[in-house]
Design a protein. Structure first.
Length: 143
């Protein structure tokens, strides 16, 4: 598994619970852009619309050799491909407990581009400060 892009803020801003791996529906220029490392996943999350999961706010910059006559939207919503049981579980958790779904990373697995997503709950400011203090303590520095 080769990680192509990572949402570095997700672990800091959210408490992460269940992790899932989802396929993603992409076009040709998007695959080329991802493989070239032109992905920004900051503030990327998943929404449920009409019983389907959609990846929102993932910016994929097109390669320079994309047809100039072709209209490309680098921030378009992309459909996630999940098993129906996984999708039902996600929908139930989001509706029932008020959790959200965030994208953690984009990686290649057996030649396919996949997205790792997780159920998450937002951290409060004091939780973030505590996490930073613990991280500094692990490094051996005084706060």
């Amino acid at each position: 598994m080769k990680v192509l892009a990572r949402n570095k803020r997700a672990g800091f801003d959210f408490q992460l619970f269940d992790h899932f791996e989802a396929g993603i529906a992409l076009t040709g220029w998007e695959v080329k852009g991802i493989m070239a490392g032109r992905v920004q996943m900051v503030d990327t999350h998943v929404i449920i619309r009409k019983g389907e999961a959609w990846l929102v706010n993932c910016h994929i910059t097109p390669e320079t050799n994309v047809d100039p006559n072709k209209k490309v939207n680098p921030r378009r919503s992309r459909k996630l491909l999940l098993h129906s049981s996984e999708l039902r579980k996600l929908i139930g958790k989001v509706k029932q407990t008020g959790l959200t779904i965030v994208a953690l990373n984009m990686h290649r697995n057996h030649g396919k581009i996949k997205v790792q997503i997780a159920l998450a709950k937002g951290k409060k400011l004091h939780d973030k400060r505590r996490a930073l203090r613990e991280k500094d303590a692990r490094r051996g520095r005084a706060p």
